[in-house]
Design a binder for this molecule. Structure first.
Ligand SMILES: Nc1nc2c(ncn2[C@@H]2O[C@H](COP(=O)(O)OP(=O)(O)OP(=O)(O)O)[C@@H](O)[C@H]2O)c(=O)[nH]1
Ligand SMILES: [Mg+2]
Length: 496
């Protein structure tokens, strides 16, 4: 599956010697079998049987970088990571999918995934997330693989992070920090960057010990260890105060930027150009669909969260009506609440739209989960009364049975492939039918000197009939109120 191309010198530097070469993104699409409990699978086989039953390795999570230019392009900071999850409920497959998704996230952040383990527990350990004995075993895996970071599949308390770090002796981060890191790498607009920075500070504030540590290291401080770790009380207090001040300043700035965007949106509303928002789980193919529908060159990447800044394009229905089409940030399960807050302003775009194209990856094993996760966020931002079309994408790569099941359960759905173009014409027609109709029906004789009004009736409204008379264009159309007012002087009633 991998190493089809001959790796360059640089690639070799990152490649690791492993028997499993599956990329995590490929894993997301396939049924992943649990690693079989083969004795001697690991050197030394140091776990006894009962312990091995509790800490399971997930096969095939390791990733290799094939394309260094892609890495350079994304300017990623490479990290070698081991993933760890606590499996509390659900099936083996659920636990597996969750870790595979974490692997995909880690990869998107630019990390190389060396290994992944899951522990079955009723709930995460209050002190060290996984049990303390298992934490020691995790330390062995870290040593064995040469990892420099452990990524936990959840949001850990500041205490859990510190305690686990003390045991495994490498950096420990959680899912939230990973998502924030990806957001930080990808945000492009000033507003997007500011929102991410704010969310990062919010996340860091209660975890200042770790931060203080890296600050003191930067300043040439001690080499770690319990005694030298962390700055003194006062230093932390100063840092906290500075961060709070900075956060307040950023909130004000974001509020200002929001006003600017609000004005633009109102402008669109005033002109009554209907708006369509493309929403959906990350990597579902939203940007690809926008490209298909408008021919726009929006960044498409086989990476999660390729899009963080909303892109709005103008589009035209087959019958010639104008509308705007907005690409949005991808949703992900368990999006930490303060991130939802930080991104609320971009999601408000969804709430304000006239129609939501909810894109779902039909080639995913359980697209229903993604649908539900996205709908939860749509509810969160109060966009429940916006009509929704479920666009089941990647038909070219999907299991026909899954497609059938989705179509049966989703009343207003359509199967497409942004890649092959299948179903796109039908989707365009469906958008045309679902867009709100202009409300005022008019009849007017528009002088030839005012041809612009006729053109606007075509693009902003719906022309029912058009006839050329000696006085001007006899126009029957449905238009929005503003245009109706401009046409009023030319209506037969006004002429009387
Ligand atoms: N096979 C197949 N792959 C597709 C299709 N549409 C998109 N993809 C692939 O899916 C991946 C993600 O596509 P994007 O359009 O970036 O997805 P997105 O939903 O915008 O993702 P984010 O912005 O990261 O949330 C890319 O590798 C696309 O080439 C499709 O119809 N069929
Ligand atoms: Mg995108």
């Amino acid at each position: 599956m991998t190493s089809s191309s001959s790796p360059s010198q640089d690639t070799k530097r990152f490649a690791r010697t492993t028997t499993e070469g599956l990329r995590a993104d490929a894993l997301m699409e396939e049924d992943v079998a649990w690693s079989h409990e083969i004795d001697g699978e690991r050197d030394g086989d140091q776990f006894d049987r009962s312990e091995r039953a509790a800490l399971r390795r997930v096969a095939g999570l390791s990733t290799e970088l094939e394309d260094v230019t892609e890495v350079e392009y994304r300017q990623l900071r490479l990290e070698r990571v081991v993933l760890v999850g606590v499996w509390t409920s659900g099936t083996v497959q659920d636990a597996d999918n969750s870790l595979a998704e974490l692997a995909a996230l880690a990869e998107t952040a630019g990390a190389v995934v060396l290994d992944g383990v899951i522990q079955r527990r009723d709930k995460p350990d209050a002190a060290t997330y996984i049990g303390s004995g298992k934490a020691t075993e995790l330390r062995d895996i870290v040593l064995e693989t040469g990892a420099d970071t452990v990524v936990c599949d959840g949001e850990l308390s500041p205490g859990q992070l510190i305690h686990l770090e003390d045991v495994v002796k490498v950096k420990v981060i959680d899912r939230t920090a990973l998502i924030l890191d990806i957001f930080a790498q990808h945000a492009k607009s000033r507003e997007g960057k500011a929102q991410v920075a704010l969310a990062q500070m919010q996340y860091m504030l209660p975890r200042l010990r770790g931060w203080g540590q890296s600050l003191s290291r930067q300043m040439g401080g001690g080499s770690g260890g319990l005694a030298t770790r962390g700055p003194g009380e006062t230093k932390i207090e100063t840092d906290r105060r500075r961060i709070r001040e900075k956060m307040a300043k950023m909130r004000r700035e974001i509020a200002e930027m929001k006003t600017g965007r609000e004005i633009k949106r109102q402008e669109r509303r005033r002109h009554k150009v209907p708006s369509v928002a493309i929403a959906g789980y990350t990597n579902a193919g939203k940007s690809s669909l926008l490209n298909r529908l408008t021919g726009a060159g929006v960044l498409v990447e086989n990476a999660l969260f390729a899009t963080l800044d909303p892109t709005v394009r103008r589009a035209e229905t087959p019958s010639g009506r104008l509308y705007t089409l907005a690409d949005t940030v991808g949703f992900v399960r368990h999006l930490p609440h303060h991130l939802v807050e930080a991104f609320r302003s971009t999601m408000e775009e969804v709430g304000d739209s006239d129609l939501i194209l909810h894109v779902v990856d039909g080639s995913h094993p359980v697209p229903e989960e993604q649908l539900a996760a996205v709908r939860e966020v749509i509810r969160d931002v109060g966009a429940t009364d916006v009509p929704e079309i479920v666009v089941i994408n990647k038909a070219d790569a999907a299991d026909p049975l899954v497609l059938q099941r989705l179509q049966r359960n989703e009343k207003r759905s359509i199967v497409v492939s942004a890649r092959s173009g299948q179903g796109i014409d039908e989707l365009l027609a469906l958008i045309d039918a679902e867009l709100p109709r202009p409300s005022v029906e008019i009849e007017a004789v528009v002088p030839y000197t005012h041809g612009r009004l006729v053109a606007r009736a075509h693009s902003e409204g719906e022309v029912i009939s058009e006839e050329h008379t000696p006085e001007g264009t006899l126009l029957k159309a449905r238009v929005h109120e503003e245009l109706a007012a401009e046409l009023a002087p030319y209506t037969p009633a006004a002429a009387l």
